[in-house]
Design a binder for this molecule. Structure first.
Ligand SMILES: Nc1ncnc2c1ncn2[C@@H]1O[C@H](COP(=O)(O)OP(=O)(O)OP(=O)(O)O)[C@@H](O)[C@H]1O
Ligand SMILES: [Mg+2]
Length: 445
């Protein structure tokens, strides 16, 4: 619309200027003729020019108003005589033309002797041009309007439909079907990207919900056994012949069992706190080497008592941002596991009896690798099959062959949570034979 109006307006202006210039030139030319040859000559020239094809408009009248020369047969109304207005618009009839009056822009001069001379140009062409511009504007408005309505119908309705589908899926998910996902059309547009992100979020929520469900299932399952055992023991003590010795023993066993339960609860709470990112004492700048040295110092006599070889290889310094208590606990859990499960696999045909621990070798090491601090606890025991590496990190997961050793399956879960809290990683690797657990923490400064 703007373009049509702009072009129309400017063309109109240009045409007007041209018109004025033409009239100006005619006026000048005729003026010269008049001053050279008087009214006679002027009339001659007017007559001659009037007959040329595409001529301007000329009309010469005498004092009584009769037309004495020119190609204008008649003016609608009287001859304009106001010299104040240089260019005026009049309606006229051309000599020998049809009876339709046309519009013209004219100038009028009064000459001595009552003669009037009118010089002008037809402007019906400009009028036609204006009409063309106006009809172009009307067509533009109509086409743009129709296109706008069509695109509103098409785009608007399509987008609305997709948003409707999103909210419908949202409703179904709210009703409990967490496995549902928003439809992704694959066009990669904004709604698609939104759907992808929402789907990723749902994926994560579903995973968390599943984890929560697993934990509650596990808690229910794993706490039922010790509680049942506790109850049976008390019941058995009551059934037996009443004796102080018997009751005392039963009570002591009950206390032990309850302590174990309390330990499990404490471990669970600790993991939950670490996973929520709020460890006691917060994070501070500490030296992983110092912590490892302390753990090594603590476990060396324990290992010696059990006849296990324990070596440690600790670098000079490994600064990390972390919780001293949690990293100590994590390393202790790992060494504890190595001591518990690290007995070497039995050779073929060996007697199924007391496991030999004298061949067991546990190595604790701390090293800086680029921007990471790697704390490794390795043993040469039975190891964990590759397929179970992820599984053992979950709460309450204990491998079948470890069921005889005391434990609740929470040790590695805590180490994993500690690694995540420190924005680090926990890697389990085959030590061929045995297990090597790498706790990788980001190094600071
Ligand atoms: N060094 C290891 N060698 C072989 N198996 C291991 C080793 N460390 C862990 N495992 C296996 O991984 C399981 C999970 O270990 P985790 O430390 O989480 O629990 P746990 O030691 O059984 O109990 P908790 O540590 O709570 O007392 C263990 O039951 C064991 O089967
Ligand atoms: Mg353990």
């Amino acid at each position: 619309m703007f373009l049509v109006v702009y072009i129309g307006h400017n063309t109109q202006r240009m045409m007007n200027e041209q018109l004025n210039e033409t009239i100006e030139a005619e006026v000048k030319g005729l003026g010269e003729q008049y001053s050279q040859g008087g009214i006679r000559r002027l009339i001659d020239v007017v007559e001659r020019r009037s007959r040329q094809p595409g001529a301007s408009l000329y009309m010469v009248t005498d004092y009584s108003g009769d037309v004495i020369a020119g190609n204008v047969a008649k003016l609608k109304g009287t001859m304009p005589r106001d010299p104040e207005i240089p260019i005026q618009i009049v309606r006229y009839l051309r000599n020998g033309a049809d009876a339709q009056p046309q519009e013209a822009a004219v100038r009028v001069f009064v000459l001595p002797g009552g003669f009037h001379i009118l010089i002008g140009r037809d402007i019906s062409e400009g009028k036609r041009f204006r009409e063309v511009i106006q009809s172009a504007s009307r067509i533009t408005i109509a086409v743009v309007g129709v296109l706008a309505i069509l695109s509103w119908l098409f785009v608007g309705r399509r987008v609305m439909k997709r948003i409707d589908a999103v909210s419908e899926t949202g409703r179904l998910i709210m009703e409990g079907d967490l496995s549902r996902r928003l439809h992704v059309t694959g066009s990669g547009d904004e709604i698609d990207r939104l759907a992808e992100n929402v789907n990723a979020m749902l994926e994560r929520i579903e995973l968390l919900m599943q984890g929560l469900k697993d934990v509650s299932d596990n808690i229910a399952h794993d706490l039922k056994t010790p509680l049942t055992r506790l109850r049976n023991r008390v019941e058995a003590a009551l059934r037996e012949e009443p004796s102080e010795e018997g009751y005392r023993e039963a009570l002591e066993a009950t206390i032990d069992e309850s302590d174990q339960l309390i330990r499990i609860f404490n471990a669970l709470l600790k993991i939950a706190r670490v996973e929520a990112g709020s460890p006691d004492g917060g994070l501070e700048r500490i030296d992983a080497c110092e912590i490892a040295a302390e753990v090594a110092e603590f476990y060396e006599p324990v290992a010696e008592d059990e006849g296990v070889t324990f070596t440690s290889e600790i670098c000079e310094t490994a600064p990390v941002e972390g919780s001293r208590e949690l990293i100590t606990q994590a390393l202790s859990n790992l060494v504890d596991n190595a001591l518990k499960y690290g007995f070497p696999p039995k050779a073929e045909g060996e007697e199924d009896g007391e496991n030999e621990k004298s061949d067991l070798h546990i190595a604790l090491s701390v090293a800086c690798e680029g921007k990471e601090v790697v704390l490794t606890v390795a043993d040469n025991g039975s190891g964990i099959p590759e397929a179970d590496h992820d599984r053992v990190l979950r709460r309450f997961v204990r491998l079948e062959e470890s069921r005889t050793a005391p434990g609740s399956g929470l040790g590695l879960s805590l180490v994993h949570a500690v690694a995540r809290l420190h924005r680090g990683k926990l890697e389990l690797a085959n030590n061929a034979p045995g297990l090597a657990v790498r706790l990788i923490l980001p190094k600071v400064g």
